[in-house]
Design a protein around this ligand. Structure first.
Ligand code: ZN
Length: 271
């Protein structure tokens, strides 16, 4: 199972961080200094951005940055290579809400980083499905994305669906913050498809249930969304959302989706 936080290939995370002086810059730098999994930190006071080269999930880095008392907003995820190979984002909806970022970190490795809130504690299956159709919620998303005609399996198996990402782990607070590295997935093949997180644990094809070799028997979908192309690193220069004038700092206090987001609901679409 590829659940581990802080493993796999490093990527660059670009955060907007509220900074007004050198004191801010130093506070931000020291919040990340010596942290395992943080490989490089680049702070620009002028553009109020912090670029962190890391193997840690974005939420962990955001928490460290915000431990300085400053707001931090993830603006983009990029490869440590100079070339931008592709990135995507999914706004997850359903009873469970969240945001998941995809980054093609190299030709071989796709990094999937996300945070979901409102899950029951424990393991939950996560899969890419064939269709980007939410007209009937997760039920219209089709089967697991499976271009090779394989049987269902776990992310470490050779014989598995390309869309089989295994399980994510939610803590007692119902939050799952995860970072998965996947060698078979390519961002450009999954844009326009959907991502679904299920109510139960994926048995990775090893159970006795008739659905084990088809879906992992992980039950119904609790969170789902369409995988959409997103800005790569440094492509998103905006500090104020043009649709309603809400700054990204104010957005930070809004829920990522749902009724409480009614005034700023489209802002993530152009992040
Ligand atoms: Zn599958």
């Amino acid at each position: 199972m590829e659940l581990s936080a802080g493993s796999g290939m490093a990527c660059k995370l670009e955060f907007a961080v509220q900074m007004t002086c050198e004191k801010c810059v130093n506070a931000v730098k020291s919040s990340l200094q010596g942290v395992q999994g943080v490989q490089d930190v680049n702070v620009s006071l002028e553009s109020e951005t912090v670029v962190v080269e890391t193997t840690l999930p974005a939420l962990e880095v955001q928490k460290l940055l915000e431990s300085t008392g400053r707001r931090a907003v993830l603006k983009g995820m990029g490869s440590t290579k100079s070339q931008n190979l592709g990135a995507a984002v999914v706004m997850m909806e359903g009873p469970v809400l969240g945001v998941v970022h995809f980054l093609q970190a190299s030709e071989d490795t796709c990094v999937i980083d996300g945070t979901l809130d409102g899950l029951s504690p424990g393991l939950h299956g996560i899969h890419i499905h064939e269709f980007g159709d939410l007209s009937r919620g997760y039920e219209s998303c089709g089967a697991h994305y499976n271009p090779d005609g394989n049987t269902h399996g776990g992310p470490g198996d050779h014989d598995r669906h390309v869309g089989d990402l295994g399980n994510i782990l939610a803590g007692d607070d119902g939050r799952a913050a995860f970072r998965i590295a996947n060698e078979r997935l390519k961002v450009w093949n999954v844009i326009g498809r959907s991502l679904v997180v299920d109510e139960g644990e994926d048995d990775l094809g090893c159970g006795n249930h008739p659905f084990s070799k088809i879906t992992g028997n992980s039950g119904k979908g609790l969170a789902f969304g369409i995988i959409a192309r997103s800005a790569g690193l440094f492509e998103n220069t905006k500090k104020i959302c043009s649709c309603d004038g809400v700054t990204i700092w104010e957005e930070r206090d809004c829920p990522i989706a749902g009724p409480g987001r009614k005034n700023v609901q489209t802002t993530y679409a152009h992040l």
